[in-house]
Design a protein around this ligand. Structure first.
Ligand code: ZN
Length: 400
């Protein structure tokens, strides 16, 4: 049986464990607990004075939905639902107080979302509670003074995006209706609900491919703003949920969980910071591999063409290519470079370098067989499954 625990994103689980063990996070939590003990927060008191409690008599459908979602996700606790006046679509679940859970919805969301869409939003918010996401006060820490270190900020935002994925999966488990899920995320992202705009899933997802293409042009994976975003870009969330719906959790004979998680990584890698600009040892090892890898892929069929030199210089700078590069030595040294990358870098990172090597393989339009052989060899040693390479190269076939 699919339980809320089984569908939690593995990265959410691992990163939250790591973050909760950090002294910085523990110190902030202690500070917040002290604050609470002194009676400062009083969420319920504040909700009662600023929002409208939707009792079972006032909103029977919504309360029923809440109970059904709680059954599915295994939450056993009294819940109170609130509405507050706002033109923005929003919902939130706050940390329970005196054994009671509070979920609030903006008035516009309640007015514009249909039953199934609301069920997804409800399940998403309950998911945050089920997975203990409130235990890491990410918003508080990112806004706090003095600011947290850049590396901790990156860890927090990266975790937060995976936490959203887990919550989305909880919502999807509650609705079992992918169309409703996609429509909700489209409404949340665009703010549009009118009949003038008709939601089209294919076009919405196309936006991701366009993102990938622009990224390929410069050889980087994302802009600086992306990495500090705590929520994954909406089309990415829809794509991630589409994969979830095709997994063993949601249908018989669906793809297994390992494949699902791997697919998720390749999507989320789009929002990870690029290693091309960073100065850490981890990033440096990736650039060393990229250097050798691009040259060996380019030279796979025995010579390096003008288009390939251009691709190389896009990564390493104008006039950086030289005829006297010692390709034999780079070849002999390749496994050492790969070992160093493996030592320092997580799977999504290693996938980034492979993605960039695929840019080189496509420098002349289509990757040829000897190039694919080199790519697959590097992929295997990086412990990245070969189908990731196929997937990256097939982007190109569609463009032809
Ligand atoms: Zn959320």
């Amino acid at each position: 049986m699919t339980t809320s625990d089984s569908i939690r994103s593995q990265h959410d689980r691992a990163l939250s464990e790591l973050l909760l063990s950090l002294p910085e996070v523990q110190a902030v939590n202690q500070k917040l607990a002290l604050h609470e003990a002194q009676g400062h927060l009083g969420v319920r008191r504040r909700l009662l004075s600023t929002s409208v409690r939707m009792s079972s008599a006032m909103a029977p459908g919504l309360n029923r939905t809440a109970r059904q979602c709680m059954d599915i996700l295994g939450v056993d606790m009294p819940v109170e639902l609130y509405a507050y006046s706002s033109p923005h679509f929003n919902a939130a679940c706050v940390k329970p107080e005196s054994g009671r859970l509070f979920i609030m919805f903006s008035s516009s969301l309640l007015d514009s979302f249909d039953d199934e869409e609301l069920r997804f939003v409800m399940g998403h918010e309950l998911g945050h509670f089920v997975y203990g996401h409130h235990d890491i006060p990410v918003g508080y820490m990112l806004k706090g003074q003095p600011p947290v270190s850049p590396s901790l900020a990156l860890q927090l935002t990266s975790w937060s995006r995976y936490a959203e994925i887990s919550a989305d999966r909880a919502g999807a488990l509650c609705t079992q209706n992918f169309d409703a899920v996609a429509r909700s995320l489209f409404k949340l992202a665009s703010g549009v609900t009118s009949t003038v705009v008709r939601f089209n899933l294919k076009d919405f997802l196309q936006q991701i491919d366009d993102m990938q293409m622009t990224d390929d042009l410069v050889g980087t994976s994302s802009s600086a703003e992306d990495w500090f975003m705590t929520h994954p870009f909406s089309p990415l969330r829809v794509k991630a949920l589409q994969m979830f719906h095709q997994s063993e959790y949601m249908k018989k004979d669906g793809v297994n969980s390992a494949t699902l998680e791997l697919g998720l990584e390749s999507i989320m890698a789009l929002m990870e910071p690029s290693y091309l600009e960073s100065k850490t040892d981890a990033a440096l090892s990736m650039r060393h591999l990229l250097f050798a890898g691009t040259l060996l892929v380019a030279n796979a069929n025995g010579s390096i063409s003008k288009a390939e030199i251009e691709a190389f210089e896009k990564f390493f700078g104008k006039n950086e290519f030289r005829d006297d590069f010692n390709l034999e030595r780079l070849r002999a040294d390749l496994s050492t470079r790969i070992d160093t990358v493996n030592k320092y870098n997580s799977l999504p990172k290693r996938m980034q370098v492979l993605k960039d090597l695929c840019v080189m393989a496509r420098a002349e339009g289509k990757a040829n067989h000897p190039e694919i052989v080199v790519l697959k060899e590097i992929a295997t040693r990086l412990e990245v499954p070969g189908f990731f390479v196929d997937q990256l190269l097939s982007v190109n076939t569609e463009l032809d």
